[in-house]
Design a protein around this ligand. Structure first.
Ligand code: PGA
Length: 257
């Protein structure tokens, strides 16, 4: 049985005051026991890195874990603007999104760089959440499954299948991110099953245990039917993770799935 995971990707949003309010709202509900979170769902938030310390401080002792939205594959040195895994660990941060489609499309991250980041994260004891997904053109051309499975295969090749004893995968169709246009539960399940089949080809046990999240306009109203799918193990949530009630509703749906 795979434990659900809901990860909030706050992207480049918020400020000290709004983040304080968001965390207070989340923690008040979670601490009052509205979701038996620790048993049935893992909850993670990925703030803009400059707020990591603020968020980690507030989350300390709660069920909410913290992650970052990107990390460098390099150890240290002349990499202006980058953030190392050792720095993350300094703040007890154990999760990193890797290869989000915005990193791939806006900042030119390649499959190979994404695989290097996964390898570096795993070596450092940080859990990578590997983001994969096809563009609208690729879906329309009937290439969705091929694109996504290739994105996963590159990481298996670089890191080995054992990586997925730890690593999490997030399937996020690019056309569904921030558009309000969610993949239907059937569309999402088809891709999740294809991803699991790729893992299964390499190792059946690992495949059965790997958490595969769905992302792309997940909200309070569609989470339940998405999470009811056999191969969907939670969500990577952008916009709705900035609203306390919506995010909690999504976490509740994952806990109940
Ligand atoms: P969205 O973003 O939920 O706002 O579509 C998801 C993501 O980019 O991770």
């Amino acid at each position: 049985m795979r434990k659900s995971l809901v990860a909030g990707n706050w992207k480049m949003n918020g400020n000290k005051a709004s983040i304080e309010g968001l965390m207070d709202g989340l923690l008040a509900s979670l601490n009052s026991g509205s979701i038996s979170a620790s048993e049935s769902v893992d909850i993670l938030v990925c703030p803009p890195t400059v707020y990591l310390s603020q968020v980690a401080g507030k989350a300390a002792g709660s069920v909410v874990k913290t992650g970052v939205q990107n990390v460098s594959q390099f150890e240290a040195g002349a990499y202006t603007g980058e953030l190392s895994l050792a720095m993350l660990k300094d703040f007890d941060c154990r999760y990193a999104l890797v290869g989000h489609s915005e990193r791939r499309s806006l900042f030119g991250e390649t499959d190979d760089q994404v695989a290097e980041k996964c390898a570096a994260a795993l070596e450092a004891g940080v859990t990578p959440i590997l983001c994969v997904g096809e563009s609208l053109e690729q879906r329309d051309a009937g290439e969705a499954l091929a694109v996504v499975t290739e994105q996963v295969q590159v990481v298996i090749k670089r890191c080995g299948i054992a990586a997925f004893n730890t690593a999490v995968i997030a399937y996020e169709p690019v056309w569904a991110i921030g558009t309000g246009r969610t993949a239907s539960p059937e569309q999402a399940q088809e891709v999740h099953a294809a991803i699991r089949a790729v893992l299964h080809d390499a190792d059946a046990e690992v495949a059965a245990a790997t958490r595969i999240l769905y992302g792309g306009s997940v909200g309070a109203t569609n989470a339940t039917e998405l999470f009811a799918q056999r191969d969907i193990d939670g969500g990577l949530v952008g916009g709705a993770s900035l609203k306390v009630d919506d995010f909690l509703a999504i976490c509740t749906a994952a806990a109940a799935a």
